[in-house]
Design a protein around this ligand. Structure first.
Ligand code: SF4
Ligand code: SF4
Length: 71
């Protein structure tokens, strides 16, 4: 089976808007308080990587280019 591409998040750029979570039709992304970003907000994480198809919707809809979908 081919290795599927997955999103990685640049938390230096991420503004914690949640668009990527809503963009994902597979429920793969959750917003969680993991302390990774610069604000006291919930930041995105690939919560359910098994459900991610590598479709790049999250990458395409992120307004600040904080997501890269790659192997
Ligand atoms: S690549 Fe597609 S399936 Fe995977 S997290 Fe992004 S929007 Fe969801
Ligand atoms: S869409 Fe981009 S800026 Fe918004 S939460 Fe997702 S990664 Fe962060």
């Amino acid at each position: 089976m081919a290795v599927r591409e997955k999103p990685t998040f640049n938390y230096d750029l991420c503004v914690a808007c949640g668009i990527c979570m809503h963009a994902c039709a597979f429920g793969s992304i959750e917003m969680t308080h993991t302390g990774v970003g610069k604000m006291k907000k919930a930041y995105p994480a690939l919560d359910r990587p098994d459900t991610c198809t590598g479709c790049r919707q999250c990458e395409q809809q992120c307004p600040v280019g904080a997501i890269m979908v790659k192997v």
